[in-house]
Design a binder for this molecule. Structure first.
Ligand SMILES: CCCCCCCC/C=C\CCCCCCCC(=O)SCCNC(=O)CCNC(=O)[C@H](O)C(C)(C)COP(=O)(O)OP(=O)(O)OC[C@H]1O[C@@H](n2cnc3c(N)ncnc32)[C@H](O)[C@@H]1OP(=O)(O)O
Length: 166
């Protein structure tokens, strides 16, 4: 499941700087997401600077995990539907259109968190992902991301953009 290439490892180099999931952002979270059957999964252990109240994780960090696992899952699912070879080709590029988070229980520090995604819909340029964040057996947050293929106008100057679903 967690072997091999993460979705985020397939992001083109010109858009691999995201704070949450860019592999080229040394100060960032560098989240890594993978398929687990039809679902997607990522794991992350928050760092001391991600504290809200001592002993508990900052909700913005939890939202970031949902955001970036959602856009990563969208890139993987949308690319699969578009016929992109995940193992060798760059994935399609998605940005967050909508991010919803419900905090169900305090998130403890010092525990590896598991983020799970279920692909609810792939429709045109849009992918909807339902997510949970768990600490051990406890589901601490639920989330929903609507991701949309990145518009051409957001493309960094040097790189072409894949728009196979347009
Ligand atoms: C700021 C820099 C970002 C760089 C990102 C580089 C991407 C590289 C790719 C790979 C690396 C991955 C990096 C992950 C990044 C992590 C996540 C972030 O932080 S991303 C940043 C925050 N997000 C934005 O800045 C988007 C700002 N918003 C927009 O640009 C537009 O609003 C956009 C593209 C999201 C939608 O605009 P339209 O005109 O292209 O799309 P329309 O045609 O209106 O909608 C398409 C479908 O989406 C639904 N939709 C659009 N907005 C929605 C919303 N807010 N809620 C629900 N549905 C929405 C619509 O209802 C429509 O669905 P129907 O086809 O009718 O079923």
């Amino acid at each position: 499941m967690s072997d091999g290439r993460a979705f985020q490892d397939g992001y083109p180099e010109d858009v691999a700087h995201c704070y949450g999931c860019g592999r080229l952002n040394e100060a960032g979270i560098q989240l890594k997401s993978y398929w687990d059957g039809d679902e997607t999964v990522a794991r992350y252990t928050p760092r001391p600077e991600h504290t809200a109240i001592p002993g508990y994780v900052y909700g913005g960090l939890v939202a970031s995990l949902i955001d970036c696992h959602g856009t990563g899952s969208a890139a993987a699912a949308g690319s699969r539907v578009a016929g992109v070879d995940e193992a060798s080709e760059p994935l399609l590029r998605y940005v967050t259109a909508s991010l919803q988070v419900d905090y169900l229980a305090p998130t403890p520090m010092g525990v590896e968190l598991e983020v799970r995604g279920v692909i609810e819909q792939v429709k045109g340029r849009k992918v909807v992902v339902e997510e949970t964040v768990s600490a051990g057996d406890a589901v601490v947050a639920r989330g929903r991301v609507v991701a949309v293929q990145m518009p051409q106008t957001m493309t960094p100057a040097e790189g072409p953009v894949e728009t196979r679903l347009r």
